[in-house]
Design a protein. Structure first.
Length: 284
Protein backbone atom coordinates (compact mmCIF):
# COMPACT_ATOMS: atom_id res chain seq x y z
CA UNK A 1 0.00 0.00 0.00
CA UNK A 2 1.21 3.52 -0.78
CA UNK A 3 2.42 5.67 2.12
CA UNK A 4 -0.50 7.50 3.71
CA UNK A 5 1.32 10.08 5.83
CA UNK A 6 -0.71 12.75 4.03
CA UNK A 7 -3.76 11.71 6.04
CA UNK A 8 -2.13 12.90 9.26
CA UNK A 9 -2.23 16.50 8.02
CA UNK A 10 -5.05 18.63 9.40
CA UNK A 11 -6.24 19.83 5.99
CA UNK A 12 -6.53 16.27 4.71
CA UNK A 13 -8.50 15.19 7.77
CA UNK A 14 -10.84 18.15 7.17
CA UNK A 15 -11.19 17.01 3.57
CA UNK A 16 -12.06 13.49 4.72
CA UNK A 17 -14.72 14.91 7.04
CA UNK A 18 -16.42 16.70 4.15
CA UNK A 19 -16.09 13.60 1.96
CA UNK A 20 -17.75 11.44 4.61
CA UNK A 21 -20.63 13.92 4.88
CA UNK A 22 -21.18 13.82 1.13
CA UNK A 23 -21.06 10.04 0.98
CA UNK A 24 -23.40 9.62 3.93
CA UNK A 25 -26.59 10.47 2.05
CA UNK A 26 -26.09 7.80 -0.60
CA UNK A 27 -24.61 5.17 1.74
CA UNK A 28 -27.13 5.19 4.58
CA UNK A 29 -30.13 3.74 2.70
CA UNK A 30 -27.98 0.76 1.65
CA UNK A 31 -26.55 0.26 5.14
CA UNK A 32 -29.92 0.62 6.87
CA UNK A 33 -31.43 -2.06 4.64
CA UNK A 34 -28.47 -4.34 5.31
CA UNK A 35 -28.66 -3.92 9.11
CA UNK A 36 -32.45 -4.04 9.40
CA UNK A 37 -33.60 -6.59 11.95
CA UNK A 38 -30.05 -7.50 13.00
CA UNK A 39 -28.55 -7.45 16.50
CA UNK A 40 -25.32 -8.34 18.31
CA UNK A 41 -23.22 -7.64 15.22
CA UNK A 42 -19.42 -7.76 15.25
CA UNK A 43 -17.97 -5.35 12.70
CA UNK A 44 -14.52 -4.99 11.14
CA UNK A 45 -13.68 -1.75 9.30
CA UNK A 46 -10.67 -2.30 7.04
CA UNK A 47 -9.02 1.07 6.39
CA UNK A 48 -10.78 3.10 9.07
CA UNK A 49 -8.67 6.31 8.85
CA UNK A 50 -9.23 8.28 12.09
CA UNK A 51 -12.28 6.22 13.07
CA UNK A 52 -14.78 9.05 12.61
CA UNK A 53 -16.62 7.47 9.67
CA UNK A 54 -16.57 4.07 11.35
CA UNK A 55 -18.32 5.40 14.42
CA UNK A 56 -20.70 7.67 12.51
CA UNK A 57 -21.93 4.81 10.33
CA UNK A 58 -21.79 1.85 12.69
CA UNK A 59 -21.96 2.97 16.34
CA UNK A 60 -25.52 1.65 16.40
CA UNK A 61 -27.67 -0.45 18.74
CA UNK A 62 -27.43 -3.37 16.29
CA UNK A 63 -23.61 -3.41 16.51
CA UNK A 64 -22.09 -5.03 19.61
CA UNK A 65 -18.37 -4.90 18.74
CA UNK A 66 -16.33 -2.68 16.39
CA UNK A 67 -12.74 -3.26 15.30
CA UNK A 68 -10.98 -0.82 12.98
CA UNK A 69 -7.75 -1.45 11.06
CA UNK A 70 -5.64 1.40 9.67
CA UNK A 71 -2.30 1.33 7.81
CA UNK A 72 -1.24 4.71 9.17
CA UNK A 73 -0.05 4.39 12.77
CA UNK A 74 -0.86 8.02 13.63
CA UNK A 75 -4.45 7.71 12.47
CA UNK A 76 -4.93 4.37 14.22
CA UNK A 77 -3.63 5.90 17.45
CA UNK A 78 -5.92 8.92 17.01
CA UNK A 79 -8.93 6.64 16.48
CA UNK A 80 -8.11 4.54 19.54
CA UNK A 81 -7.59 7.59 21.74
CA UNK A 82 -10.87 9.19 20.65
CA UNK A 83 -13.17 6.20 20.22
CA UNK A 84 -11.42 3.17 21.75
CA UNK A 85 -12.75 1.43 24.82
CA UNK A 86 -16.24 0.13 25.36
CA UNK A 87 -17.28 -1.73 22.24
CA UNK A 88 -14.66 -0.27 19.86
CA UNK A 89 -10.94 -0.87 19.30
CA UNK A 90 -8.61 0.46 16.60
CA UNK A 91 -5.28 -0.98 15.49
CA UNK A 92 -2.43 -0.18 13.11
CA UNK A 93 -2.12 -2.97 10.56
CA UNK A 94 -0.57 -3.47 7.11
CA UNK A 95 -3.15 -5.32 5.06
CA UNK A 96 -0.52 -6.52 2.59
CA UNK A 97 1.91 -7.87 5.20
CA UNK A 98 2.38 -11.65 4.80
CA UNK A 99 1.80 -11.94 8.57
CA UNK A 100 -1.62 -10.25 8.36
CA UNK A 101 -3.59 -13.46 9.07
CA UNK A 102 -1.48 -14.12 12.18
CA UNK A 103 -1.86 -10.51 13.36
CA UNK A 104 -5.63 -10.69 12.88
CA UNK A 105 -5.88 -13.95 14.79
CA UNK A 106 -4.14 -12.28 17.73
CA UNK A 107 -6.33 -9.16 17.61
CA UNK A 108 -9.53 -11.19 17.38
CA UNK A 109 -8.52 -13.43 20.27
CA UNK A 110 -7.66 -10.40 22.42
CA UNK A 111 -11.09 -8.86 21.70
CA UNK A 112 -12.95 -12.14 22.14
CA UNK A 113 -14.18 -12.19 18.52
CA UNK A 114 -14.46 -15.54 16.74
CA UNK A 115 -15.73 -14.08 13.48
CA UNK A 116 -17.18 -10.87 12.04
CA UNK A 117 -20.78 -10.50 10.98
CA UNK A 118 -19.90 -7.49 8.82
CA UNK A 119 -16.56 -6.57 7.21
CA UNK A 120 -16.52 -3.09 5.69
CA UNK A 121 -13.94 -1.88 3.13
CA UNK A 122 -14.38 1.66 1.81
CA UNK A 123 -12.11 3.01 -0.96
CA UNK A 124 -9.26 0.70 0.09
CA UNK A 125 -9.01 -2.01 -2.57
CA UNK A 126 -8.19 0.59 -5.24
CA UNK A 127 -4.93 1.33 -3.40
CA UNK A 128 -3.74 -2.26 -2.92
CA UNK A 129 -1.29 -4.06 -5.19
CA UNK A 130 -3.21 -7.35 -4.81
CA UNK A 131 -6.82 -6.61 -3.85
CA UNK A 132 -7.80 -10.16 -4.74
CA UNK A 133 -5.32 -11.50 -2.17
CA UNK A 134 -6.78 -9.21 0.48
CA UNK A 135 -10.30 -10.44 -0.30
CA UNK A 136 -9.14 -14.05 -0.02
CA UNK A 137 -7.55 -13.31 3.37
CA UNK A 138 -10.72 -11.69 4.69
CA UNK A 139 -13.06 -14.55 3.78
CA UNK A 140 -12.09 -16.82 6.73
CA UNK A 141 -12.72 -13.90 9.12
CA UNK A 142 -16.45 -13.82 8.31
CA UNK A 143 -18.76 -15.53 10.76
CA UNK A 144 -21.39 -17.92 9.33
CA UNK A 145 -23.97 -15.79 7.55
CA UNK A 146 -21.64 -12.78 7.64
CA UNK A 147 -21.45 -10.08 4.97
CA UNK A 148 -18.55 -8.35 3.23
CA UNK A 149 -19.42 -4.77 2.24
CA UNK A 150 -17.20 -2.93 -0.25
CA UNK A 151 -17.38 0.64 -1.52
CA UNK A 152 -15.42 1.97 -4.51
CA UNK A 153 -15.55 4.75 -7.10
CA UNK A 154 -17.58 4.29 -10.28
CA UNK A 155 -16.03 6.72 -12.75
CA UNK A 156 -18.03 5.33 -15.66
CA UNK A 157 -21.22 6.58 -13.99
CA UNK A 158 -19.94 10.12 -13.33
CA UNK A 159 -21.85 12.80 -15.23
CA UNK A 160 -22.02 16.57 -15.62
CA UNK A 161 -25.00 17.71 -17.67
CA UNK A 162 -24.66 19.67 -19.79
CA UNK A 163 -20.94 19.27 -20.50
CA UNK A 164 -20.90 21.28 -23.69
CA UNK A 165 -17.12 21.75 -23.89
CA UNK A 166 -16.39 18.19 -22.79
CA UNK A 167 -14.20 19.40 -19.91
CA UNK A 168 -15.77 17.09 -17.33
CA UNK A 169 -15.41 14.01 -19.52
CA UNK A 170 -11.78 14.88 -20.29
CA UNK A 171 -11.07 15.29 -16.58
CA UNK A 172 -12.59 11.90 -15.72
CA UNK A 173 -10.48 10.29 -18.45
CA UNK A 174 -7.35 11.76 -16.83
CA UNK A 175 -7.95 10.21 -13.41
CA UNK A 176 -6.33 6.83 -14.22
CA UNK A 177 -3.10 8.67 -15.11
CA UNK A 178 -2.63 9.55 -11.42
CA UNK A 179 -1.13 6.57 -9.53
CA UNK A 180 -1.88 8.28 -6.21
CA UNK A 181 -5.60 8.01 -7.03
CA UNK A 182 -5.37 4.22 -7.16
CA UNK A 183 -6.99 1.83 -9.62
CA UNK A 184 -9.92 3.84 -10.94
CA UNK A 185 -11.47 0.73 -12.54
CA UNK A 186 -11.41 -1.20 -9.29
CA UNK A 187 -15.15 -0.88 -8.70
CA UNK A 188 -16.08 -2.68 -11.89
CA UNK A 189 -13.57 -5.48 -11.17
CA UNK A 190 -14.60 -6.25 -7.59
CA UNK A 191 -17.44 -8.68 -8.39
CA UNK A 192 -15.10 -10.83 -10.50
CA UNK A 193 -12.48 -10.93 -7.77
CA UNK A 194 -15.10 -11.91 -5.20
CA UNK A 195 -16.42 -14.74 -7.34
CA UNK A 196 -12.92 -16.14 -7.90
CA UNK A 197 -12.26 -15.95 -4.12
CA UNK A 198 -15.31 -18.10 -3.43
CA UNK A 199 -17.76 -15.47 -2.19
CA UNK A 200 -21.45 -15.95 -2.91
CA UNK A 201 -24.65 -13.88 -3.25
CA UNK A 202 -22.74 -10.96 -4.76
CA UNK A 203 -24.87 -7.81 -5.11
CA UNK A 204 -23.60 -4.71 -6.91
CA UNK A 205 -25.51 -1.51 -6.05
CA UNK A 206 -24.79 1.70 -7.96
CA UNK A 207 -25.41 4.94 -6.08
CA UNK A 208 -24.14 8.50 -6.49
CA UNK A 209 -23.26 11.75 -4.80
CA UNK A 210 -25.45 14.27 -6.63
CA UNK A 211 -26.04 18.01 -6.81
CA UNK A 212 -28.59 19.88 -8.89
CA UNK A 213 -28.89 23.42 -10.22
CA UNK A 214 -28.48 25.98 -7.48
CA UNK A 215 -26.92 23.70 -4.83
CA UNK A 216 -23.77 25.79 -5.06
CA UNK A 217 -22.23 24.95 -1.67
CA UNK A 218 -22.71 21.24 -2.19
CA UNK A 219 -21.21 21.49 -5.67
CA UNK A 220 -18.23 23.38 -4.27
CA UNK A 221 -17.71 20.64 -1.69
CA UNK A 222 -17.97 17.93 -4.34
CA UNK A 223 -15.45 19.76 -6.50
CA UNK A 224 -13.04 20.09 -3.57
CA UNK A 225 -13.28 16.39 -2.73
CA UNK A 226 -13.44 14.76 -6.14
CA UNK A 227 -11.49 17.20 -8.32
CA UNK A 228 -9.02 19.44 -6.49
CA UNK A 229 -6.36 16.84 -5.71
CA UNK A 230 -5.52 16.06 -9.36
CA UNK A 231 -3.60 19.24 -10.33
CA UNK A 232 -1.35 18.90 -7.28
CA UNK A 233 -0.76 15.19 -7.83
CA UNK A 234 0.09 15.56 -11.50
CA UNK A 235 2.35 18.55 -10.90
CA UNK A 236 4.33 16.53 -8.35
CA UNK A 237 4.50 13.56 -10.70
CA UNK A 238 5.72 15.73 -13.58
CA UNK A 239 8.40 17.26 -11.38
CA UNK A 240 9.62 13.78 -10.52
CA UNK A 241 9.44 12.65 -14.17
CA UNK A 242 10.03 15.78 -16.31
CA UNK A 243 10.32 13.72 -19.51
CA UNK A 244 6.94 12.06 -19.07
CA UNK A 245 4.86 13.40 -21.97
CA UNK A 246 1.55 12.21 -20.47
CA UNK A 247 2.11 14.09 -17.23
CA UNK A 248 3.21 17.16 -19.17
CA UNK A 249 0.06 17.10 -21.31
CA UNK A 250 -2.23 16.68 -18.29
CA UNK A 251 -0.59 19.48 -16.30
CA UNK A 252 -0.86 21.88 -19.23
CA UNK A 253 -4.47 20.89 -19.88
CA UNK A 254 -5.34 21.52 -16.24
CA UNK A 255 -3.54 24.87 -16.28
CA UNK A 256 -5.68 25.91 -19.24
CA UNK A 257 -9.04 24.39 -18.28
CA UNK A 258 -9.28 23.82 -14.51
CA UNK A 259 -11.04 27.10 -13.65
CA UNK A 260 -13.46 26.71 -16.55
CA UNK A 261 -14.24 23.18 -15.35
CA UNK A 262 -14.88 24.44 -11.82
CA UNK A 263 -17.20 27.16 -13.15
CA UNK A 264 -19.15 24.57 -15.13
CA UNK A 265 -19.50 22.25 -12.12
CA UNK A 266 -20.84 24.92 -9.74
CA UNK A 267 -23.03 26.60 -12.35
CA UNK A 268 -26.79 26.85 -11.69
CA UNK A 269 -27.30 25.39 -15.14
CA UNK A 270 -25.67 22.00 -14.50
CA UNK A 271 -26.43 18.79 -12.60
CA UNK A 272 -23.62 16.67 -11.19
CA UNK A 273 -23.46 12.92 -10.55
CA UNK A 274 -20.39 11.23 -8.99
CA UNK A 275 -20.84 7.47 -9.20
CA UNK A 276 -20.19 5.03 -6.34
CA UNK A 277 -20.46 1.22 -6.31
CA UNK A 278 -21.43 -0.63 -3.14
CA UNK A 279 -20.84 -4.38 -3.41
CA UNK A 280 -22.02 -6.87 -0.80
CA UNK A 281 -21.55 -10.63 -0.57
CA UNK A 282 -21.32 -13.61 1.77
CA UNK A 283 -18.68 -16.28 2.27
CA UNK A 284 -21.04 -19.23 1.86
Amino acid sequence: MESQTVFEKGWELDRLTVQNQLLRECELPVYQKLLEGKSGLRLLDVGCNDGSKTMDRFDLPQVERIMGLEYNEGLARRAQEKYGGGKASFHSCDLEDPDFPVQMAGLMEADGIEGFDLIYISFVLMHLKRPDLMLARLRPLLAPGGCLLIEEADDAACRLEPDEQGLFRQFIQMLPVDPYAGNRRCGEQVAGWLERCGYREIADTRVAVTAEGGQKKKKENIFEIFFSYLPQDLSELWRSEPNNATYAFCVRWLDQNYEALRAAVISRETSLNMGIRIISCGAE
